[in-house]
Design a protein around this ligand. Structure first.
Ligand code: ADP
Ligand code: MG
Length: 696
């Protein structure tokens, strides 16, 4: 067994490797590009490419790829080999700075939402030096951004990098006002906890719904579900343990800080959490992690399901985005400090987040909207579709005292003023955790819990960074002009608390009462993807995102279109899969069982014509009626699915799907699940929930 410290990062062209393989001059120049975004000249790029290639070949690579994140939601790669013909008729291995910096994949099949006319179908990929290259399989992977020839972003990385930059700029303005001159940059960090299901590969292969849609479209609950709560943090069985061990190893080689693993609430459900890192890298790592999770599962005859709701009746899977802001000098700006002065600075950043979450609830909701996540939001233990924030009792009390201009601490008989000297000392560790809040403050970071397990975390962080940058921009504009800084600061903090008090909710977010109260507070409740997505183009959102330079208007339009189209296609595939399974598997199975029952009645009655055959008669009658019901619902579904495809307006189509197709699918499923309960197991054509959930 190799030591973890030795294998960690062994497949990554990381800082240590760069230092060892580049000349001091090249290394310093590259480092300047990585840390400060300084432009890179071609001679440096050539030297880096050469070193990268030699290192990759040593690790067994024969190919390289520009790895990027198009708007399909998964990652894309096209592999080119290093070989170049040499004069002696053989080959040499070559890789130039140009090839490192820029690629031109034929991009006509990636969704662009109308940005790219077909005559200029080419897009280009551009190296992102802030995320390390790595070797996976026999290929050197180079993280890249993906743009059209006009420069519009066709991917998720480009706007993410832009959003990090705008947050950096605005946060530095605030820090300077507090007299901080040594911070060179401010960055957000993310730790993304990932939930997933593991099921047996052979069983998976027998379910077209899982193969085509990633979730089960049928299946009645087995006698046992998650009611015993015996799976959460339970002992990990040996097959799963072997998988997790293998997975950790693969992730460590790729420099991913896989840290915590445990069983989740639902049977067959697990979680993996890495240690947090810079948002850009955390995003790449999360994509990579999802990919590796699935690959490693194959080796263990398992399938890793990343869908948000693979099984009805047990918990779905989410992803928690733990997010914080810190300086290059190591100060976490969301952590209360030791002195009142630091605390005033902490409060202004806290305010910026509160204001951002309240003003842009819709953008946060939109960032997690997908057909898959719609199956989960509001269900079982998951957060509802309402965005609210948890601050904990202590911080909320401070907030209320500031709003009311009352003492926070009754022993100090003076009005709390946020100048800098009279602020109370905050509790540093906030242990008061609320698991039901969609956006919870946990002592030094915020945890956003609405993301679906299959979502890229890029969208969430783009919106979060931008919205917070916008608050900070407004604050900095105000404070820079203020004659009395402390006075201005005080009134800014107080005004923010007052104006945005409604977004704070420390109670049980899964309670129905809360949904009613949230509505009376004027908080948004966009239940489904078609409810949420069109608001991406609301004037206030377009204005904020374009003013900051995170998106252009055309980029936003194209994204909205692609996301809606994705929703539409996903549900239509599900509907067609249902119809297919009903026609070819479920109804024929029910018929076979019915035939057997009728045959039994006939043979019994040959023996004695007067036999009642109550058991068979009851079942035949009930099951025949159910089969008829299934048949008519299925015909209706088939018909409305075809009709859904005729809506040319993408939003109209999404509404039709939401209002007609999804409810019909639900109805059809109910009858199919009843039929399953009545049919002898040996006739049922697809593995049931009991086997899927409990046989790993
Ligand atoms: P939980 O109780 O939700 O499991 P943990 O303390 O285990 O909380 O942390 C969950 C995730 O939050 C981990 O990925 C961890 O690395 C990350 N995390 C911890 N501190 C920070 C921070 N300051 N910024 C961003 N993420 C963080
Ligand atoms: Mg968590």
């Amino acid at each position: 067994m190799e030591k973890v410290t030795e294998i960690f990062g062994s497949m990554v062209f990381d800082d240590l490797t760069m230092k060892a393989s580049l000349s001091a001059e090249t290394y310093i120049k590259l480092k300047k590009t990585i840390d400060e975004g300084a432009p890179l000249d071609l001679s440096v790029a050539n030297a880096v490419a050469e070193a990268m290639k030699d290192w990759a070949i040593e690790k067994g690579a024969t190919h390289f790829t520009h790895w990027f994140q198009p708007l399909t939601g998964v990652t894309a790669e096209k592999h080119d080999s290093f070989i170049t013909p040499s004069t002696d008729g053989r080959v040499v291995m070559e890789f130039s700075g140009k090839e490192l910096i820029k690629g031109e994949p034929d991009a006509s099949s990636f969704p662009s939402g109308g940005i790219r006319a077909t005559f200029e179908a080419r897009g280009y990929t551009a190296w992102d030096p802030t995320s390390y290259a790595f070797v996976k399989g026999k290929t050197l992977y180079i993280p890249t951004a993906f743009c059209s020839y006009g420069g519009e972003a066709l991917d998720k990385k480009t706007p993410l990098l832009r959003s990090m930059e705008v947050l950096n700029r605005q946060a530095l303005r605030i820090l300077r006002l507090f007299g901080n001159t040594d911070a060179k940059y401010v960055r957000t960090s993310v730790g993304a906890e990932q939930e997933y299901f593991l099921i047996d590969r052979k069983l998976y292969g027998k379910r077209k719904d899982l193969v085509f849609t990633g979730r089960t479209l049928f299946g009645s609950m087995p006698p046992k579900g998650q009611e015993m709560d015996d799976h959460y943090f339970g002992v990990i069985n040996s097959r799963v343990a072997a998988y997790m061990e293998d997975l950790d190893n693969e992730l460590w080689k790729l420099g991913i800080f896989a840290k915590t693993k445990h069983n989740e609430v639902a049977p067959a459900q697990h979680e993996l959490a890495p240690i947090y890192t810079s948002t850009n890298i955390a995003t790449d790592h999360n994509q990579l992690m999802m990919d590796v999770m699935q690959k490693v599962a194959e080796r263990h005859d398992l399938v890793c399901l990343l869908h948000e709701k693979p099984f009805e009746g047990v918990n779905g899977s989410g992803k928690h985005n733990n997010w914080s802001i810190s300086t290059d000098t190591g100060v976490n700006l969301l952590s209360p400090g030791d002195t009142p002065y630091e605390n005033a600075q902490f409060l202004i950043f806290l305010c910026a987040v509160i204001k951002a979450v309240d003003d842009y609830q819709d953008l946060l909701r939109i960032a997690v909207a997908s057909a898959g996540n719609d199956c989960r939001l509001g269900a079982n233990e998951a957060p509802p579709a309402v965005v609210s924030m948890f601050l904990g009792d202590e911080l909320t009390a401070i907030m209320d005292a500031i709003i009311d201009e009352k003492d926070y601490n009754a022993s100090e008989k003076q009005i709390m003023k946020l100048g800098v000297d009279v602020l109370p000392k905050f509790p540093k560790d906030n242990t008061d955790r609320n698991r039901t809040s969609p956006f919870a403050y946990t002592g030094n970071k915020f945890e956003f819990r609405m993301l679906g397990s299959a979502n890229s975390i890029a969208c969430t962080n783009i919106m979060l960074n931008s919205a917070v940058a916008e608050s900070l921009r407004i604050y900095a504009d105000r404070l820079e002009k203020a004659e009395d800084f402390e006075e201005a600061l005080h009134s800014l903090i107080r005004k923010t608390f007052k104006d945005h008090r409604r977004i704070i909710f420390n109670g049980n977010g899964y309670d129905d009462e809360w949904i009613k109260e949230a509505e009376s507070r004027g908080l948004l409740n966009y239940r489904t993807t078609p409810d949420a997505l069109p608001h991406l183009l609301d004037e206030k959102n377009v204005k904020m995102l374009t003013n900051l330079g995170v998106f252009s208007e055309i980029e936003l339009q194209s994204r909205c279109e692609i996301l809606l189209d994705n929703y539409n296609k996903t549900v239509l595939i599900e509907a067609r899969t249902m119809t297919d399974m009903v026609n070819k598997q479920i109804l024929p199975a029910v018929e076979r069982f019915l035939a057997e029952l009728s045959g039994t009645v006939n043979s019994k009655r040959q023996f004695n014509p007067d036999l009642e055959c109550r058991y068979e008669s009851r079942l035949i009658e009930k099951l025949s009626a159910t089969a008829d019901e299934i048949d008519s619902l299925n015909l209706e579904l088939e018909q409305i699915t075809a009709e859904g495809a005729t809506y040319s307006d993408i939003i109209e189509r999404a509404y039709y799907i939401r209002d007609h197709i999804l409810p019909k699918m639900k109805e059809l499923r109910t009858f199919c699940d009843e039929a399953e309960m009545m049919t002898a197991e040996r006739f049922w054509p697809i593995p049931n929930y009991g086997y899927l959930l409990f046989l790993v």
